[in-house]
Write a protein of this length. Structure first.
Length: 129
């Protein structure tokens, strides 16, 4: 994930360039390299989905540091190759980054899946379940 210029700084959940200009999840000319978003405008950084990278966003599945059984089961059934898994910014969710073809996104209950045209703010707090 860190080897491709698909990164942006974040202003809350909105993508921006390291200098603070708007970035777009659909315009790769506004994207940066991972090392270039470690500092700059905004309050964090994130990654653009597409080009083979997708993400499952599991909401409200961590309570007092314990991952809910439904989330563990769901992650175990993910058909794609998992690239990286982290705790989300809220602290109560999980991002599961996967190798994925670009397909329409969806939301089903507490799970969202995206594989194109989306910006996901990251924490880098790795999880193993």
């Amino acid at each position: 994930m860190t080897q491709t210029a698909r990164w942006a700084r974040a202003d809350k959940k909105k993508p921006i360039t390291p200098t603070g200009r708007p970035a777009s999840s659909t315009d790769n000319s506004t994207w940066s390299r991972y090392r270039d978003v470690q500092q700059g405008a905004g309050d964090g950084y994130g990654v653009m989905l597409g080009g083979g990278l997708g993400c499952y966003d599991l909401d409200h599945c961590i309570d007092d540091g314990v991952v809910a059984s439904w989330a563990v089961e769901f992650i175990g059934e993910i058909p794609e190759e998992i690239v990286f898994m982290e705790r989300s910014v809220s602290g109560t969710g999980i991002h599961v980054f996967v190798e994925a073809d670009e397909t329409p996104g969806y939301r089903r209950g507490k799970v969202e899946r995206y594989s194109r045209g989306r910006f996901i703010r990251v924490t880098g707090v790795r999880l193993e379940v």
